[in-house]
Design a protein around this ligand. Structure first.
Ligand code: MRU
Length: 367
C-alpha cells in the first residue's frame, strides 16, 4: 500500500478551527480503507479494499453508510477497478465495476450521481493508464467537493436561521437530530451535524438531542460517538421521546439530512424523519433538511417515485445476535421514509437555501 502520495491531496477536516478528527474513509491510491461503522462505538476497525466488489459489499453491508459517504466510496471503488484492471479488456472490467456498485443500495441518489460522474470521465479515456489517473483524480475531487459543500451549507444554514448577522449577541439554542449525518456519513464535517458543529463553534448551541434511530442505531452508535469525541453537548434519547422533548418547548430546530430530494421538495431520509416533521409542525418547531446538491434528484417528480430500501427483519428482531423478539416474527423494515415538502421549512444545500420548498423553489435553484 502506498500511504503517502495520495493522502496529500485529500481533504483535511482534521486541521484548522473547523476540526473534526473523525473520518469514514482513507484513500491510498491503490487501496481504500473504510472504518467499519457496524462495530462502532465499541471498536475502531479499518477494512482495506483493493477492488470494486469489496467496496460494493461494504456499502451493502453498511460498513460505510450515509448518502454522501456511499457516493464517495463508490467513486473510489471505480478508481480501484481501473487501478487493478487486468490489462486485457479493461473497459469491460470498469463497466462491470460501475454496474456492480450501482446495485449496492437503492435510495441514496448520491451513489448514482457519483457513478455517473465517474462514467463520464471513463467514457473519455482511450488508454488504461489515462483512465487510472483520471478516475482516481475524479474520485478525490468528489470527496473534496463534498467536504467543501458541508462547510458552505453550515454557513448558509446559520444565515437562514437568522443567526449570522449578529453572531456575538445571538442566544444559544437547542436542536434535535436524527440518524447520523456527520463526518462518518460524508466527506468530513457533516450535513445536518455540520450545521450543529458550526452552531457549537460559534457558542450558539445549548445542546443537541440525538434520536437513537432504531433499528440500526446510527444516532446512539455513531452521532453520539462523534459528538462526544468533539466535545459537543449531546443528550441521547429514544426515538419515542422526541414528541415529549418538542412539547417541552426547548428545541428550536429539528435538523436532519437526506438521501434523495425530488423536484417538488419531498425528502427521503432515515426512517422516522417523517414523524419528526409532523411533530415539529404540530409544536411550531422549525424543520430543516441539510444536504449537498448531489442528493437532489430533479428527474423524479415527487417522493412517491423514490425507491425505498427494505432491509432484513433481523435488524429489528435482534441486536448483534441477541433476540429482541420472538424468533421468525414477521417484520416490516423500511429504512427510509418520505417527508412531504409541505412539512419542511428549509432545504439547505451548498448552492443555496430553498424556503418552504415546492416545485418553483426547487427549479429556481436546481432548474
Ligand atoms: O441507512 P443509512 O445509515 O445510510 O442512512 C443514512 C441517512 O438516512 C442519513 O440521514 C442521510 O444519508 C444523510 S447523511 C449526510
Amino acid at each position: 500500500m502506498n500511504n503517502s502520495e495520495e493522502s496529500r491531496s485529500l481533504p483535511t477536516p482534521s486541521s484548522g478551527p473547523r476540526s473534526t478528527g473523525t473520518v469514514a474513509l482513507r484513500w491510498h491510491g491503490a487501496s481504500l480503507e473504510l472504518l467499519d461503522q457496524r462495530l462502532l462505538p465499541a471498536e475502531e476497525h479499518w477494512i482495506t479494499l483493493e477492488g470494486a466488489s469489496g467496496v460494493a459489499q461494504c456499502i451493502q453491508d453498511m460498513v460505510v453508510r450515509g448518502a454522501p459517504a456511499i457516493g464517495i466510496s463508490a467513486a473510489y471503488g471505480v478508481a480501484l477497478a481501473a487501478r487493478h484492471a487486468g490489462g486485457g479488456d479493461w473497459k469491460t472490467e470498469i463497466k462491470e465495476a460501475i454496474r456492480e456498485l450501482s446495485t449496492s443500495r437503492p435510495t441514496a441518489v448520491n451513489l448514482f450521481w457519483a457513478l455517473q460522474r465517474m462514467e463520464r470521465v471513463f467514457d473519455g479515456c482511450g488508454v488504461l493508464s489515462d483512465a487510472q489517473t483520471r478516475l482516481a483524480n475524479e474520485a478525490v475531487a468528489i470527496h473534496q467537493e463534498d467536504l467543501a459543500a458541508n462547510l458552505a451549507m453550515a454557513d448558509h444554514a446559520l444565515e437562514a436561521m437568522g443567526l449570522s448577522a449578529d453572531l456575538e449577541n445571538a442566544a444559544p439554542i437547542s436542536v434535535l437530530t436524527h440518524c447520523n449525518t456527520g463526518a462518518l456519513a460524508t466527506g468530513g464535517y457533516g450535513t445536518a451535524l455540520g450545521v450543529i458543529r458550526r452552531l457549537h463553534e460559534n457558542g450558539l448551541l445549548t445542546k443537541v438531542y440525538a434520536d437513537e434511530t432504531r433499528p440500526w442505531l446510527q444516532g446512539s452508535r455513531l452521532s453520539a460517538w462523534e459528538l462526544v469525541r468533539d466535545g459537543i453537548p449531546v443528550t441521547l434519547n429514544a426515538d419515542g421521546a422526541a414528541a415529549a422533548i418538542l412539547a417541552a418547548g426547548e428545541v428550536r430546530w429539528v435538523i436532519v439530512g437526506a438521501d434523495r430530494i425530488t423536484a417538488n421538495g419531498d425528502v427521503a431520509n432515515k426512517i422516522g424523519t417523517y414523524s419528526l416533521a409532523v411533530l415539529a409542525r404540530y409544536h411550531n418547531v422549525g424543520f430543516m433538511v441539510v444536504a449537498p446538491s448531489s442528493t437532489v434528484d430533479m428527474s423524479l417528480q415527487s417522493g412517491a417515485d423514490i425507491p425505498i430500501e427494505e432491509r432484513e427483519g433481523t435488524e429489528v428482531r435482534e441486536i448483534r445476535g441477541i433476540p429482541l423478539a420472538p424468533e421468525g416474527v414477521p417484520v416490516f423494515n423500511p429504512v427510509f421514509d418520505v417527508t412531504p415538502a409541505s412539512l419542511i421549512d428549509l432545504i439547505v444545500t451548498e448552492k443555496g437555501v430553498v424556503r418552504n420548498p415546492g416545485v418553483k423553489g426547487m427549479h429556481a435553484l436546481f432548474g
